[in-house]
Design a protein around this ligand. Sequence first.
Ligand code: FMN
Length: 506
Amino acid sequence: MMKNELSYTLSLDSSEVSKCLLCHDPDCTKACPKHAPVGDILRSLYFENYLGALKKLGATDCRDCPAPCEKACVLQDSKIPVQIQEVFSALKEDREVLPEHKIEEVDISTEICGVKLENPFLLSSSVVASTYDMCRRAFEAGWAGAAFKTICSFPQHETSPRFSAIRNHSRSFYGFKNIEQLSDHSVEDNLKIFRQLREEFPSKVLIASMMGRNEAEWTELARKCTEAGASIIECNFSCPNMEDNTLGITIGQSEELVERFTRATKKGTDLPILVKLTPNVTDMVPMALAAKRGGADGIAAINTVNSITGVNIDTLSAEPEVRGHSIIGGYSGPAVKPIALRFISELAHCPDLSFMHLSAMGGIETWRDALEYILLGAGSVQITTSIMQYGYRIIDDLVEGLSEYLKCKGIARLDQLVGAASSSVVDPQSIERDTILYPVIDLKRCNGCGRCYISCMDGGHQAIAFDEETRRPKLLASRCVGCHLCKLVCPCEAIGVANKAVSSHR
Ligand SMILES: Cc1cc2nc3c(=O)[nH]c(=O)nc-3n(C[C@H](O)[C@H](O)[C@H](O)COP(=O)(O)O)c2cc1C
């Protein structure tokens, strides 16, 4: 593998790292006799900022240390503390495969509809950006701006509870459902917050997300937010599960309403307008074109996906259960990222939208997630669910991880990457279908679990045999169609891909 490829295989055990609970004020850090920022290093690893983790580990030598960090780990009580010493020594070994800097100075500043952003990372409109104090703390932590929680001039009635989640094996959210409404502060209270934030943080971008019930309200809210110092207006045409079901998603599913209310908003402001669209449509492009006709300067996408996350099999109610009932609500978090990437790609491919800014969101947790959106055409990215779970502190690894990537690739400005992978997405008629890339099994890495064999037998083309004596798989090339299911199911990354392509017309 080339040294500066970022798709390296690490000896570091990521499942060990994912055990880390990312504690507040972690005891492991306090216990380290060498004063290494143990918790910060683990957090950088958790968010795939390997180079940042290495930098923080520096010359710390953990050999001969009795590992008080592991004894201090809160998981010690359940007898499964993170094996910190092992993780750190693997990280040091990985120094050899991790890429090196080609350049030292990079610029990750960008702009959103002509407004300068110090980095591409914004809080997306939601509970994470709903008070003065929250935005202040986020700005101080390094976020470039915030789309404030959607404001409106009608009262809000929330349910309790209002969230439900699908978790992965390490109990972090894979998908997250909310049935929340809009800001429960009065318009005047929110405008006061805007004024204060504008005064105290002149370089941060303040996006005023809003929702009106008729044209007059859209115009009036836009006028008020402009006067209060917002940098950009965001029309919320996309929140699901609104108590008033003529609003939010209902607008975003109608080209006529999108155009009409964007135009009404434009009447009240000379600021750039982002229109935030819903993924609960077959095709977002017509909605984006309607927003453009109405005067929008950019599209924000995606809002949440209509969902039911689960049913409680004891109470027989869908979740979250509110006194025996639930409603269809908005799904977010890592599970929706593929859906959101698809919409961003389609918007970026539309020539008539080429001058519109794309502000992307959906499941961003790491700098890699953010970069993928940028590579498909997004100029900025917004985040909610991972902040709800991990806090504003994720900005450290987002900024550092992205900067490290640019340094290793030798790319001086983030802007150079916007849309760089867009042309890789082609239509089904144009994809090359004439070559087979065979999998290659690395028997040294293989642990003999046989998962590739089972999958190929029952879900593939019976192209892997399993030697019961050596407990190792063997590829039967004459049967292999190169689908790579085996590579995807292998739990120990023992299956790679041959360099040599073979014609599928054998
Ligand atoms: C609890 C919660 C509240 C939200 N409230 C709003 C809102 O008021 N206005 C809005 O435009 N989007 C709202 N959203 C949608 C988010 O801004 C974002 O579009 C979506 O969650 C996808 O990003 P994520 O996966 O990073 O969370 C909310 C999302 C969540 C989880």
